[in-house]
Design a protein around this ligand. Structure first.
Ligand code: DP6
Length: 324
């Protein structure tokens, strides 16, 4: 038997950056995200795979390759899972992302969400949604959010887990991902945020001000108030990037195209168009709007020289798991 899990990536509106425990993968701040449709990680996992069990090691293949960094992280997660659930077998894991790696969408979020769901399903265990979310988080903190569709909050407190705030069909939004460079980033999120926590003089203020931002975003989502959500999304993004830039020797993820998109979106907002943007640990800009403004937003971005490609998406649903 093989378990197959399908999970979407997510984009944080109120950002997570920094851990209070590296070993336990506990975030220093809560965060709020949207799950993105049209892009999928599909992970197949079998605990009784003959090759893995004869060799006495997990077999991990991501997008057809066994890259040591990815294999290491997945194997460490599987060892912990095995120990906790008294499983003696090794696993074969095959994971495929149908979205480009240079799209600036963290494949680790959908990847660890799908891995956790498939690992439980193939072991014929039925975790609660909270438990599943915690196990996804132990692979990558943002993965805790990819178990749910729509709008999702990941809590800082306790053994952090994520829950859904609103389902994807309750308040549909459109996402235009502006790819401004497909090159691999040189400082990944995990090490970048560790350096920020250690060396950024504003890190304490970032953590302290997060609860107010989360509260504003919760209110905006509950009221489906796009303007309010747009303002807090932009503020949280700029605050996180200020922390990054003030992390010696300076984590600058933006390029010229990033800034071009930011200015164009701000111009649209000044013209009264409901649109906002957010940027993660890379140069791509995720432009978010209500569906009725989608064409206008797309047209406004189309002629920007700094954009290599525009990807259009909507809000995605919950993770899906089957056994075959
Ligand atoms: C900038 O969840 O990828 O995308 O927990 O170390 O695996 P680890 O990091 P990760 O960090 C995501 C950071 C971010 C903001 C966000 O998604 O909230």
């Amino acid at each position: 038997m093989v378990a197959v899990a399908k999970a979407h990536p997510n984009i944080a509106l109120v950002k997570y950056w920094g851990k209070r425990s590296e070993a336990e993968m506990l975030p220093d701040v809560g965060s709020i995200s949207i799950t993105v449709s049209g892009m999928l990680t599909t992970t197949k996992l079998a605990w009784d795979d003959p090759e893995a069990n004869t060799d006495g090691r997990d077999v991990v293949i991501v997008n057809g390759e066994s890259r040591p960094d990815e294999v290491g992280k997945v194997s460490a997660w599987l060892s912990r899972f095995r120990e906790h659930n008294n499983i003696s077998q090794f696993a074969r894991v095959e994971s495929i992302n149908d979205f480009p790696t240079g799209a600036g969408l963290a494949s680790s979020a959908s990847g660890f969400a799908a891995l956790a769901a498939a690992a439980f399903a193939d072991a014929e265990l039925s975790p609660t949604r909270e438990e599943l979310s915690r196990w996804a988080r132990r692979g990558s903190v943002s993965a805790a959010r990819s178990l749910h569709g729509g709008f999702v909050e990941l809590f800082r407190e306790g053994d952090s887990h994520a829950t859904q705030i609103l389902a994807e069909d309750e308040w549909p939004l459109d996402v235009h991902i502006a790819i401004t460079s497909s090159l691999r980033k040189d400082v990944g999120s995990t090490s970048g945020m560790k350096t920020s926590a250690e060396r950024c003089p504003y890190y304490g203020a970032w953590v302290e001000s997060q609860e107010a931002d989360l509260q504003t975003a919760r209110e905006a989502i509950a009221a489906k108030d796009f303007e309010k959500l747009a303002v807090i999304t932009e503020e949280s993004c700029l605050k996180m990037h200020s922390v990054m830039m003030a992390t010696p020797p300076g984590l600058i993820y933006w390029n010229a195209g990033t800034l071009e998109v930011v200015h164009r979106v701000r111009e649209l907002r000044r013209q009264g168009v409901g649109v906002t943007y957010t940027i993660d640990a890379g140069p791509q800009v995720k432009v978010i709007c209500e569906p009725q403004n989608s064409e206008r937003v797309k047209d406004a971005l189309n002629d920007l020289k700094g954009i290599e490609r525009l990807i259009h998406a909507g809000l995605g649903g919950d993770i899906e798991v089957t056994r075959q």
